[in-house]
Design a binder for this molecule. Structure first.
Ligand SMILES: *[C@@H]1O[C@H](CO)[C@@H](O)[C@H](O)[C@H]1NC(C)=O
Ligand SMILES: *[C@@H]1O[C@H](CO)[C@@H](O)[C@H](O)[C@H]1NC(C)=O
Ligand SMILES: *[C@@H]1O[C@H](CO)[C@@H](O)[C@H](O)[C@H]1NC(C)=O
Ligand SMILES: *[C@@H]1O[C@H](CO)[C@@H](O)[C@H](O)[C@H]1NC(C)=O
Ligand SMILES: *[C@@H]1O[C@H](CO)[C@@H](O)[C@H](O)[C@H]1NC(C)=O
Ligand SMILES: *[C@@H]1O[C@H](CO)[C@@H](O)[C@H](O)[C@H]1NC(C)=O
Length: 638
């Protein structure tokens, strides 16, 4: 039991308004009104939370925690009961990996499941991150599936059962239920995209096969269904999986309304399939609580005559207390519920037990991964290549060229304390550095150029040269496999055994930003109140319903492209002005295949065996936190 482990702590906490004690207070901003459907069906949707259940402690805009979400859902459920509508909660996977609250414990996730399960769900599905490691998926199967009983749905996922010694459905294939107040008869499915990077104890059936299965075809022919609800770890746009499912449903039932909930690409998005089928995707990292309402659905209990087609409305709620209170008509004292508060306390206690707030130093300013141009004083990559890398490697004596991929960094550094927690956010990856000794300077100095597609050959062409690197992977996975971040490198297929790692699958740049960029700047954003110009930077989403989906009227954030890799020369100054003929090439282990390929293209062939570990096996994360410890002090009150 979670709460019994930490009874004493609670007595010392007196946060009136919940959320984590160290979280910044949300700033008020112009808000759009929640498009609640009185007498209709309403949904709250989370996806790709990746362990951020404690909220964002350095970003006021996303600072509410899972306990606050529980309170929020409570008030909206009550509103539904009061006005005769319904509220359903959906989560579409990737709840694990990516935040200290999950990753810092041994075993990982020791605290998160007791926290997560306190929120009642109506439909919940797994994501790819639940399936990478056999121990993660078996725990999901043994603990989380039972936690959510029949709400957990796995339409195309099996797991190897040690008991029966064969593959069994991970969870029920579908769920049929009737909503409490409206009596809407829902048939719900839970899908996983056609993923192959899972451990061998699970089996993901390709969607095109699942839709042909007899049970699926029979389910579609169920009588008296008012709504098909498809939840899944599948993007709502440009995904063949959801297109297949949509068509499979429409082949059998031509006009029953459909609603999709999706994820995986970490964006805010709302897609119109047709006037009776829409899909919502609700971002990432507990930044967004997706809201969707449907009115005009027919329900079994009431003699409501269904509208010709229901009205779908969506909203992306910023995860902070200001938004939550405004949308529920509560204030600081009426908002938190007993359970919500308890869960916030449990999160605080878990963070404390893992010492996540242990501070290495304090950042004097913000450093952005993609929100600043490169190079620039506020660019995280500039910080790395002008300070962290040179300082760290200058001890090496021999002239070296040090290269790292920008994909090794995943999040910005904010002004203020740089803590254990920060390390998991900024660079959670565990690969270290390798070194090749005695590389001719002429070749070594061109590697960075090649990796950045600036040479006479592109990365793709380079890949094609390296048999065995290009061939084991489908075309658009090659970039991801090299750890070279690319917008398109969300690798879904063909990468089995190719060593695809977490960092490839978690694009640090939310693609929504790119959609924002397409809209060009903040000028077009129409403030709700003429007097109040949006001043809080954040999402400015453009989707199939227009530009009014974000609850908070944000100032658009500008995102910049940054190079695949950055590099720095170290130890050259001591060489009396002249470039040494031979240098050491030091690089992040993650890009080793690419570095060796580039060298081969440059006429220097090295075997993996000729490389050696560097920096005593330290990971990038350790390197950064040591540097912070040595260079950034904390002023009195930060
Ligand atoms: C699974 O194994 C990894 C290492 O192999 C370990 O770090 C992690 O804590 C384990 N997770 C669980 C749930 O036991
Ligand atoms: C998975 O792979 C391991 C190691 O190769 C093997 O021992 C095990 O039997 C495999 N499990 C299944 C379910 O195929
Ligand atoms: C919050 O609202 C309640 C009920 O409307 C009211 O009694 C209370 O004074 C309010 N508290 C604050 C802090 O505004
Ligand atoms: C909150 O935790 C306290 C102390 O453990 C417990 O007595 C209380 O019942 C809990 N409240 C809810 C609503 O879970
Ligand atoms: C960046 O910092 C350097 C050194 O402190 C300074 O000379 C330069 O003006 C700064 N550039 C910007 C754009 O702030
Ligand atoms: C410098 O390079 C030489 C030859 O490659 C090697 O013997 C020596 O150990 C290196 N020194 C350091 C400090 O790495």
């Amino acid at each position: 039991m979670l709460f019994s482990r930490i009874p004493l702590l609670l007595a010392f906490l007196h946060c009136v308004s919940s959320e984590q004690p160290s979280a910044p207070s949300p700033i008020s901003a112009p808000l759009r009104e929640l498009p609640w459907a009185s007498g209709g069906l309403n949904f709250l949707h989370t996806t790709d939370t990746h362990g951020w259940h404690g909220g964002h402690l350095q970003e006021a805009q996303y600072s509410a925690d899972w306990g606050d979400y529980i309170s929020f859902a409570h008030h909206l459920r009550k509103r539904a009961d009061d006005d005769g509508s319904d509220l359903l909660l959906v989560d579409t996977g990737d709840r694990v990996e990516g935040n200290g609250l999950y990753d810092a414990s041994d075993p990982k996730g020791r605290y998160t499941f007791d926290i997560f399960k306190q929120q009642r769900m109506d439909v919940i599905t797994p994501g790819n991150h639940e399936l990478y490691l056999a121990n993660t998926s078996s725990r999901e199967y043994e603990e989380v599936v039972p936690d959510f009983k029949d709400a957990y749905i796995a339409s195309n996922l099996d797991i190897y059962s040690l008991k029966s010694e064969k593959f069994e459905p991970f969870a029920p294939r579908y769920r049929r239920f009737t909503t409490k107040n409206q009596g809407i008869r829902v048939l719900a499915f839970g899908f996983m995209f056609d993923f192959h990077g899972n451990a061998n104890n699970t089996f993901v059936q390709p969607v095109q096969e699942t839709v042909k299965e007899q049970w699926f075809q029979d389910a579609l022919r169920t009588k008296d269904v008012d709504l098909f609800l498809i939840a899944g770890h599948v993007p709502v746009r440009d995904s063949q999986e959801y297109d297949l499912i949509y068509r499979a449903i429409r082949d059998v039932v031509w006009d029953t309304p459909i609603v999709f909930f999706g994820g995986h690409t970490h964006i805010r998005d709302f897609r119109k399939y047709e006037k009776k089928a829409f899909g919502l995707e609700s971002g990432r990292y507990m930044e967004t609580l997706g809201f969707l309402s449907m009115s005009g659905l027919s329900g079994g209990k009431k003699d409501v005559v269904a509208a010709a087609s229901p009205t779908y409305k969506r909203m992306y709620v910023d995860n902070n207390l200001y938004s939550m209170r405004e949308h529920t008509g509560t204030n600081t004292s009426t908002f938190p519920t007993g359970l919500g508060r308890n869960v916030s306390h449990a999160i605080h206690a878990a963070r404390k037990a893992m010492k996540l707030d242990h501070t290495f130093g304090c950042a004097p300013q913000d450093y952005w991964l993609n929100r600043a141009q490169y190079p620039a004083n506020d660019s995280l990559l500039t910080l790395l290549d002008t300070q962290v890398l040179p300082d760290t490697f200058e001890r090496l004596n021999n002239a070296s060229i040090v290269i790292t991929n920008s994909g090794a960094m995943r999040f910005d550094i904010f002004k203020g304390p740089f803590t254990i927690d920060t390390t998991f956010l900024v660079s959670p990856f565990t690969s270290g550095f390798r070194r090749l000794r005695g590389v001719p300077y002429g070749a070594a100095s061109q590697v960075l150029q090649l990796l950045n597609n600036e040479g006479p050959i592109t990365l793709e062409e380079l890949a094609a040269l390296g048999q065995g690197v290009a061939s084991f992977c489908a075309k658009d996975c090659t970039l991801a496999n090299a750890g070279i971040r690319s917008r398109a490198a969300i690798c879904q297929d063909g990468c089995k055994g190719a060593g695809v790692r977490m960092q490839d699958l978690m694009p640090p740049l939310p693609p929504v930003a790119l959609r924002t960029l397409r809209g060009e700047g903040s000028g077009q954003q129409v403030p709700l109140f003429a007097a109040e110009k949006p001043t809080i930077p954040g999402y400015t989403t453009i989707d199939d319903a227009g530009e009014d989906g974000d609850d908070t009227v944000h100032q658009a954030i500008q995102f910049y492209d940054v190079p695949n890799c950055i590099g720095v020369d170290v130890g050259f100054s001591s060489m009396s002005g002249e470039k040494s003929e031979m240098v050491d090439l030091v690089y992040n282990e993650f890009i080793q295949d690419w570095v060796l390929l580039a060298l081969r293209y440059l006429g220097k062939t090295y075997a993996k065996g000729e490389t050696e570990g560097a920096l005593g096996g330290k990971t990038m994360t350790e390197m950064i936190s040591e540097w912070v410890g040595g260079h950034w002090g904390c002023e009195e009150d930060v």
